[in-house]
Design a protein around this ligand. Structure first.
Ligand code: CA
Length: 436
């Protein structure tokens, strides 16, 4: 999912549903043979098949100009069709974003933890080598493996060329689809791979840790030393490639992603926020401790970069200290819920305790209409909620914190139904004052 999520600029706080859709919801039960058929999907609109065939014909010149051998192009693109099921998934706007506690219940379930511990034990020698070489903890690599494909058991079942050509044909991911299609052809030629073995999610993510073809070209390594970078069949290749990518993205060896923290009663919530770091000495002075009351962890240069205090469910939920490596995980998949899932699952696989504080499970997630209304209300009250796109990201949280601080509320930046009603009342009152 990595590069895909980044390119789509998914708002990190649209929790998980969008981010997971490509890898989890649409993956088949196991990595079976690629599905090169539109038979299970409704028929395309009349004329689409001919236009798609023309696109496949025209793209050949682009591919050949980029160095793809004609026979590679022809065998990869032979027999693919416009996949209308993928077209539907591509256009889908999820109505409800998943609450973070519901996401984490699944991401860090007891079974996921136990399977992760078993996967770590079964691959310990291989993982130790990767950890020593790249400085990324083996538990973090196993956690990514678990979240991306349930440890290699859910790798998608679409034909990569059909999936990427369908996305590249038209729709909101056209540029991405074409770029990744070209990269997939280069990957097949360089691998070398057979087109039949190149299976992916509907969005083109593939292999044990769901790389995109451009990511493979940039970062894949041969972890098992057989001369091939095969992220489908070789966990060593996939996990070493993932470690290489995280190291390349600036992973700081010897530092954690962060930890759950306990905030003092008088904590200045206006200073919280996923992307608002302060030196750890500042948080210590304020009385912030680990969730179990211990001194905050040290990092080699913790006071130059510091960490941020993140309240993904507001003051009624747990608080987390996020360090540099949390943001490196977000470069793999740009959803903060995902990065938190990786960090917490890695901790649990390592034998550390889970989250101590409870989640505000009585809060109903905002619908897409609610989230749009939330952004519009903030904007009409003079705050900057970013682009009105129905995504509650750091920008909306910052705007909300400013609103809360100006109105004597605890500025935790967490969007709730109560706050939406309050904002809308204020907008209505402002309108009627103007009108009268
Ligand atoms: Ca290999």
């Amino acid at each position: 999912m990595r590069t895909l999520a980044r390119l789509l600029a998914l708002s990190p706080a649209v929790l998980a549903l969008v981010a997971c859709a490509a890898t989890q919801q649409t993956s088949g039960p196991t990595a079976g043979p690629a599905v090169r058929t539109a038979a299970i999907a409704p028929n395309p609109a009349p004329g689409d098949d001919a236009k798609f065939a023309a696109f496949v014909r025209d793209f050949r010149a682009t591919a050949l100009a980029a160095g793809i051998r004609p026979e590679v192009y022809d065998r990869s693109m032979a027999g693919i069709s416009l996949n209308t099921h993928i077209q539907d998934l591509n256009l889908r706007q999820p109505e409800f974003s998943q609450a973070i506690w519901d996401y984490l219940d699944v991401a860090v379930s007891p079974k996921r933890v136990a399977d992760g511990q078993a996967a770590l034990a079964a691959n310990d020698a291989m993982l130790n080598k990767i950890e020593a070489r790249y400085g990324v903890p083996k538990a973090v690599l196993v956690a990514i493996w678990g979240l991306e494909t349930n440890y290699g058991t859910l790798m998608g079942r679409y034909d990569m060329f059909e999936a990427l050509a369908t996305l590249g044909y038209d729709g909101p991911r056209q540029a991405l689809g074409r770029r990744e299609l070209l990269a997939a052809l280069k990957m097949e030629q360089a691998g070398p791979f057979q087109p039949e073995e190149m299976i992916s999610s509907w969005a083109g993510a593939f292999g044990q840790t769901q790389f995109m073809p451009t990511t493979w070209l940039a970062h894949a390594v041969d972890g098992d030393g057989d001369g091939k970078k095969d992220l489908w069949h070789s966990p060593a290749d996939a996990l070493a490639s993932t470690a290489a990518m995280l190291a390349g993205d600036g992973w700081k060896s010897g530092q954690s992603w962060g930890c759950e923290v306990r905030l003092p009663a008088n904590f200045p919530y206006a200073e919280s926020g996923r992307d608002n770091p302060q030196p750890l000495s500042h948080w210590r002075q304020l009385g912030v401790t680990t969730a179990l009351g211990k001194r905050l962890p040290q990092g080699p240069d913790d006071d130059s970069e510091g960490g941020s205090i993140f309240l993904p469910a507001g003051v009624r939920g747990p608080a987390f200290l996020l360090l540099h490596n949390f943001h490196v995980i977000m470069r793999y998949n740009a959803a903060s819920s995902y990065a938190l899932g990786v960090g917490l699952l890695a901790d649990r696989i390592s034998g550390l305790p889970g989250v101590v504080a409870s989640w505000p499970r009585d809060e109903e997630p905002l619908s897409r209409d609610d989230r749009l209304a939330f952004q519009r209300a903030l904007a009409s009250l003079g705050y900057d909620p970013g682009k009105i796109d129905g995504m509650i990201g750091p920008k909306v949280s910052d705007a909300l914190r400013a609103y809360q601080a100006a109105h004597g509320l605890l500025p935790d930046g967490f969007a709730t139904h109560d706050l939406l009603m309050r904002l809308e009342r204020e907008v209505a009152a402002k309108g009627s004052t103007k009108g009268g």
